[in-house]
Design a protein around this ligand. Structure first.
Ligand SMILES: C[S@@+](CC[C@H](N)C(=O)[O-])C[C@H]1O[C@@H](n2cnc3c(N)ncnc32)[C@H](O)[C@@H]1O
Length: 257
């Protein structure tokens, strides 16, 4: 009988080099890899040649497996083959449905381990030289989803708009207009905003603007999911740091993607 086990592994934001050494090592021991849409397929090369590789994400609007179906697949795969790696975009515990999978596997008596990943929430702004905190500018940051399960704007967006923190919003493109209205009502019409699509990959695109105009700017440029919205004065650092680096002939090497 194969030894059933489940490892939930964070695959990072998209750049295949942004994954931990531990993740690579454990991926190399997989019997089955169940991977999501935001996982860079190049990472599958680190799985053993004979491992079963199965895509379980949503692609081009086609039917995707429900969470219950994924949970069942984890259990049946672990019983049939042994070690199942659930390879998830970013970090498994940041909007990653990891809890449901851990609960299901544990109820089935399957041992579980987690390997954290580099979340897009932090790394995508960072790769665009947008620091989420900055002395005298932002003392903290919020990471929130834009939309809830029902498609409504999350109540946390209303709370975040009241704070002085940098606000990072995932899964928000379908409601960007409504979200910006909330920030306008909070007196932040002129607050800088960046929207980054496919961050850290060769398809990366960024637009910047303010709370007042960013919805129109993203529409004009056709910016769509997967994308991250960053709202806060720290967005200004992007251009300022680029200027400082250029003037200082700094050692920082910006990799053109
Ligand atoms: C279901 S959440 C998963 C987040 C993931 N667990 C993480 O830690 O990055 C998916 C959302 O993350 C954001 N996202 C993930 N990867 C991204 C990337 N490379 N560029 C921009 N946004 C990304 C988008 O908002 C996307 O809709």
């Amino acid at each position: 009988m194969p030894k059933a086990a489940l490892s939930l592994i964070g695959a990072g934001p998209g750049d295949p080099e942004m994954i931990t050494l531990k993740a690579i090592r454990i991926l190399g021991t997989a019997d089955v890899v169940l991977y999501d849409a935001l996982v860079n397929p190049q990472l599958l090369e680190y799985a053993p040649k004979n491992a079963v590789l199965q895509f379980v994400g949503k692609r081009f609007g086609c039917h995707s497996l429900s969470q219950d179906e994924i949970n069942e697949l984890i259990i049946s795969s672990a019983r049939q083959y042994g070690h199942v790696v659930r390879l998830k975009g970013g970090d498994p515990f940041v909007f990653g449905r990891a809890v449901e999978e851990i609960e299901a596997a544990s109820r089935a008596g399957i041992p579980v381990s987690v390997v954290p990943g580099i979340s897009s929430a932090l790394s995508v702004p960072a790769m665009q030289m947008i620091p989420l905190t900055s002395r005298g500018v932002a003392e903290s940051f919020w990471v929130t989803t834009g939309t809830t399960r029902s498609g409504d704007i999350s109540g946390d967006v209303h709370l975040a708009a009241q704070s002085t923190a940098t606000v990072v919003i995932l899964m928000a493109m379908s409601r960007i207009g409504g979200i910006m209205d909330i920030f306008k009502e909070a007196g932040k019409a002129d607050m800088p905003v960046a929207v980054i699509q496919d961050g850290t990959t060769d398809k990366e695109r960024i637009v910047t603007g303010t709370v007042s105009d960013i919805a129109a700017v993203t529409a004009a440029h056709g910016i769509e999911n997967p994308a991250i919205i960053v709202i806060g004065e720290v967005v200004k650092w992007r251009e300022q740091l680029a200027g400082i680096i250029a003037n200082a002939e700094s050692q920082y090497i910006y990799e053109e993607r």
